[in-house]
Design a protein around this ligand. Structure first.
Ligand SMILES: *Cc1c(COP(=O)(O)O)cnc(C)c1O
Length: 332
């Protein structure tokens, strides 16, 4: 097994990506502090220019490429926040990027990727077929695959978010992290626990199709059924051949909490009305866990990572105004 990502990797990533990503603010949340009786602060990674924290990992991965690999260009098959991050970072660094996606991806998402300067390669009728095309670009054209989470440079880049939290707030007791493939929480946990070993790291996923939670419970990576959710950016598996994030989560994550669709919608509304933040479903799950009072022994100093703002604004407006929205509408 490859060694896990450690603090020196994350410190090196921070130096590398400085000037390319935003050092986001950690701001007090009066409303969540009132609800919990603790000092709750929000780490606003939704302010990253690509719309989500994933810019940290993608930028670190791209800046770590050899000159020869840079010249070959990069690919991935995400149309969500990872795809946007790779497109944005590659555009800034002058690296060719081909983002593979299926014909089912809506035109506005395709245009958004192209507007960032990347090439959209439309193939097949499913994400799996798009993934096959990305694999072909690697095998036949020598492009470099940038995976969304299970990659050393990606995890180290995401870890810079945790490093900033513990530097801005050395007293932090609990860090609450939206959890999908585990790249963010693995890096954040490595950084925070290196500086403050007593801090608890809590992951939050939606209660349907929570791949990392199911894998931790099983003791090995397992596949889960993918179900539509307001937290669409938390969907997908962790990879049955997971090499890095599963082992790191098993070693470093203290608790995983699941929240349901109603709690996610309430948290999106809460962040909007009480904190004036537009957070996508996957970014609101930390606030949801606090509003549901689900976090065990959170301590007096709680940091919540608000991870992204990649949400359709018409959909957001309906959720914010209290409408019951069918989660199936999110991905469409
Ligand atoms: C990708 C993503 C996550 C989860 O990150 P992982 O590294 O896959 O665990 C959380 N929130 C948002 C907005 C994301 O895009």
């Amino acid at each position: 097994m490859e060694p896990v990502v450690t603090l020196p990797d994350i410190e090196a990533a921070r130096t590398r990506i400085e000037g390319h990503v935003i050092r986001t603010p950690l701001v007090p949340s009066p409303s969540l502090s009132a609800v919990t009786g603790a000092d709750v602060r929000l780490k606003l990674d939704l302010l990253q220019p690509s719309g989500a924290f994933k810019l940290r990992g993608a930028t670190n991965a791209l800046l770590s490429l050899s000159p020869a690999d840079r010249a070959r260009g990069v690919t991935c098959c995400s149309t969500g926040n990872h795809g946007r991050a790779v497109a944005y970072a590659a555009g800034r660094l002058g690296i060719r990027a081909v983002i593979c996606m299926s014909r089912l991806v809506p035109a506005n998402k395709v245009r958004a990727i192209e507007a960032l300067g990347a090439e959209a390669r439309i193939v097949g009728r499913s994400q799996d077929e798009a993934a096959v095309e990305a694999g072909r670009l690697v095998a036949e054209e020598g492009m470099v695959m940038i995976p969304p989470f299970d990659h050393r440079d990606v995890v180290a880049g995401q870890g810079t978010c945790g490093l900033e939290i513990v530097e801005d707030w050395p007293e932090v007791d609990t860090v609450i992290v939206p959890l999908s493939g585990g790249g963010l929480i693995a890096g954040v946990a490595a950084a925070v626990k290196a500086r403050r070993p007593a801090a608890r790291i809590v992951g939050v996923s939606m209660d349907r199709g929570a791949a990392m939670q199911a894998s931790l419970a099983a003791g090995h990576p397992v596949a889960v059924e993918e179900v539509a959710s307001l937290a669409d950016s938390l969907g997908g598996g962790i990879g049955l051949d997971n090499r890095i994030t599963f082992a790191m989560c098993r070693a470093l994550v203290d608790e995983v909490i699941l929240v349901d669709e109603a709690a996610i919608a309430r948290a999106m509304r809460h962040l909007y009305r009480a904190e004036q933040l537009v957070a996508e479903g996957g970014a609101a799950v930390g606030a949801a866990a606090l509003l549901e009072r689900s976090v065990t022994r959170p301590g007096g100093h709680i940091a919540v990572i608000v991870t992204g703002r990649g949400v359709d604004m018409d959909l957001f407006t309906r959720i914010a105004s209290g409408e019951d929205v069918d989660p199936a509408a999110v991905s469409g």
